[in-house]
Write a protein that binds this ligand. Structure first.
Ligand SMILES: [Zn+2]
Length: 136
């Protein structure tokens, strides 16, 4: 490829797999304006700079939006219903994930504290801070 488009340091697939391999959330910080991003992008959505640097994100945050999904994609066929959530992470960045423990709207509230809970299941899974750890 000899185009002039900025290139990414790795593929989206690598990035998603990274969640599952080491249990850390990865995001990006704009070198120009310091905006922290949790979403994939080739350039900063605020200032347009292509100089995004990879940065580890906090695994803790608060729910800013969610919806209950009852018709899942193939990967989540056995998990429905579950909540698709948008989490504002401590330290910056908004990330989308899912919460298998939430099965109806009354199970979750906006602003509720959640944390990244790596599991064998696909995607970025969150649990409520108020949920007791399993098997404790
Ligand atoms: Zn920027």
């Amino acid at each position: 490829m000899n185009g002039s488009l900025p290139t990414a340091p790795h593929t989206i697939e690598d990035w998603v797999k990274g969640y599952e391999s080491d249990g850390k959330l990865r995001g990006f910080r704009c070198g120009a304006c310091q905006l922290v991003l949790a979403t994939w992008g080739l350039a900063c959505p605020r200032c347009g700079s292509p100089g995004l640097e990879e940065q580890e994100l906090s695994g803790k945050g608060a729910v800013v939006a969610f919806t209950i999904l009852t018709v899942p994609g193939d990967e989540f066929l056995n998990e429905a219903p579950y909540a698709y959530v948008v989490v504002e992470l401590d330290g910056g960045g908004r990330i989308t994930g899912w919460m298998p423990s939430v099965r109806q709207e009354s199970d979750l509230a906006l602003g509720e504290r959640v944390h990244f809970a790596p599991s064998y299941r696909p995607g970025v899974q969150f649990s409520k801070d108020s949920d007791a750890p399993a098997g404790g």
